[in-house]
Design a protein around this ligand. Structure first.
Ligand code: SF4
Length: 343
């Protein structure tokens, strides 16, 4: 019988398994601590777990581990990018962003992606499969063990894949990341970023978790957005905005709208005014980022000056808007690059 990857089990599922082998339920918290606080790679490391229970665990479960294939570190800002090999030979990327006040892990949620956004480095590789909860958590564990002295503060699902297209595994991982017996990362420090999968947003609003939602807009015009984010043909802007309004009403939380500025496509002052009109009455922030022409050559990047003018126009309309600097530009930290270079 094939052994089960123990990190694919939620706390409740692990507790059920332990009770079946006659263990007391408090052992679940101990084992969670070993797996996620310590990062134990073997059941033999779990010194306060009775030997008999350790043997039962070994017979039924295994503890997964990612294999590091490649790593790159930015000389500009210290951003690190890792390429991992999964058990089936597929590869996945993770980025670590150390900043003065935040230390963020940017996670992948799928091997490849089906949504084919025209500005994304991952898109040409297509979709292979969902990551398991364990494979998502192992990305965090790798950084946690490596950066023991300065713990991670934030998690963002902005790497390869669409997290709301792998809803169950992502949410299982999110609950373990948030669990005080495991990683203990505050829900408000965990961000799910979506290209606009409306059924996922509708499910997310029913969760009892105060996580952050970030929605990639990139244009206030249906035609331009369909070109940049083809899923707009399935979930058009007008329905997406309504879903966002419902989400805010139900959760009483704000949404961050992501907007990649592309020269001569979506970055004019008129585009900013149109965006302001689209978001009228919505409790939100807008994050802009200059398109990374070095990573994907299809479009052109606007200048810093044009980006600042766009943000200024949004602010003039009363919006909280920021211009985010690209991280790790010298190591192609835009998702998909390292993986492509190894294919
Ligand atoms: S931007 Fe995100 S959703 Fe779009 S293709 Fe890339 S990984 Fe997929």
């Amino acid at each position: 019988m094939e052994k089960i990857d123990i990190k694919n089990l939620s706390e409740v599922e692990l507790e059920d398994s332990l009770i079946k082998v006659g263990a007391q339920s408090y052992r679940t918290r101990q084992i969670f601590g070993w797996l996620y606080r310590v990062g134990a790679g073997s059941f033999d490391d779990m010194s306060d777990i009775p030997l008999g229970l350790r043997e039962s665990l070994k017979a039924k479960f295994h503890i997964s581990r990612l294999v590091l294939l490649d790593t790159k570190r930015s000389k500009i800002d210290g951003t690190e990018k890792y390429l991992f090999k999964l058990r089936d030979g597929n590869t996945v990327e993770t980025v670590f962003l150390p900043e003065a006040k935040r230390r963020t892990a940017c996670l992948s949620s799928q091997v490849g992606c089906k949504y084919a956004c025209s500005f994304c480095a991952s898109a040409p590789l297509g979709f292979i499969r969902n990551l398991s909860a364990s494979e998502i958590l192992d990305q965090v564990l790798f950084i946690k063990v490596r950066e023991r002295a300065s713990p991670l503060t934030n998690i963002v699902f902005m790497g390869i894949g669409e997290p709301l297209d792998n809803y169950d595994n992502v949410m299982k991982a999110v609950r373990i990341l948030n669990d005080k017996d495991a990683f203990g990362i505050g829900a408000r420090r965990i961000t799910i970023s979506t290209c606009g999968i409306i059924p996922g947003i509708e499910r997310l609003k029913e969760e009892d978790l105060q996580i952050e939602l970030s929605v990639s807009l990139h244009s206030a015009l249906e035609s331009i957005r369909s070109r940049l984010v083809p899923v707009n043909k399935i979930y058009p802007l007008k329905d997406l905005i309504n879903a966002c309004k419902d989400y805010i009403k139900k959760t009483n939380r704000i949404i961050t709208f992501e907007y990649v500025l592309i020269k001569d496509v979506n970055s004019s002052i008129e585009d900013a005014v149109r965006l302001a009109r689209l978001l009228k009455g919505i409790k939100c922030k807008v994050n802009t980022l200059i398109y990374n022409q070095i990573t994907v050559k299809r479009y052109k990047s606007p200048s810093e000056q044009e980006a600042r003018a766009f943000v200024k126009a949004l602010k003039k309309e009363g919006y909280s808007a920021t211009h985010r600097q690209s991280k790790g530009e010298d190591i192609d930290a835009g998702c998909g690059q390292l993986r492509i270079s190894r294919l």
